[in-house]
Write a protein that binds this ligand. Sequence first.
Ligand SMILES: [Zn+2]
Length: 261
Amino acid sequence: MDRRKLLKRGLIASTGIAASYLFGCNSLISASKEKGESHWGYIGKKGPENWGNLSSNFYTCRLGTNQSPINLESAVNADLAPLNFDYQDTPLRIIDNGHTIQVNYNSGSILTLDDEFYELLQFHFHNPSEHQVKGKGFPMELHLVHQSKKGSLAVIGIFLQEGESNRVLQQIWQGMPMKQSTEKTISNIKINATNLLPKNKDYYRYYGSLTTPPCAETVNWIVLKEPVQISTQQIQKFAKIFPMNARPIQQVKNRFLLKSS
Ligand SMILES: [Zn+2]
C-alpha cells in the first residue's frame, strides 16, 4: 500500500516524522537535508548519546521520560489478554533504509490489542537486541510495527537467539540488499509474519517510545518472552551490513512493567 492510500485510510499519524519512522527513513533523510539538519547513526557524533542534539525534532530522545528500549526486570504478573494475530501472506518487499533491513507489509494484516485493531505496516531487525531481560541481551531483536486507525502504535519485539537456521528468515535473507537501496519487491517470495512468532505468546508489556529518532513516546510495547532461533550464519550475514544498530537501554523511571504468566 502506498503512502497516498494510507493517508486516505487515515492510517498515517499526522506528523511526517512519525510516518518516516514507519515507512523507512528516506523521507526523513530528504526532510533533514532540506532543513540543513544532520542525519543520525549508532556511533560517534551522530550516535544515540547525541540524538537529542542533532535536530530540534529529536528533543524527546534527550528529554523524554518514557523512552525505549529498557531492561525488563521489574515486571509484575498481570492478567493480560492473549494477543490475537491475523497476518496474511505478503510478497517480499524489502529495503535497506540505512539503519536496518526492513520488510514492508501489504495492507490487511491485523493485531488485536485492547479491542483495538492495529495494522502491521513493517518489520525490521536490530543487532544486538535492544531490550534486555534481567540485564541480559540477545544476539538480535525483531520489531513488528503496527498502527491503529487513531494513529497509536503497537510494536511487538521478538528476541532472536542463536540456534537452528530460521526458515522464514532464510527467505528474507535471500532477498537482503547488501547496500542501501530503495524498496525492492521480490514477488516470487511470499512470506507470512505469523511464521516469525514463537509458539508461546506470553509477553511483557509497557508504554514507551520509538527506539530511533524522533524517539516519540507513542508506542505500546509488547515484548514476547520466548525467543526465536536464528543460525550463526544468518546473524553474521546481517552483521556484515549492520555491525551495531541498537539503542542503549533507557531508564524505566515511573513506569509499570507488566507480564503475562
Ligand atoms: Zn526497531
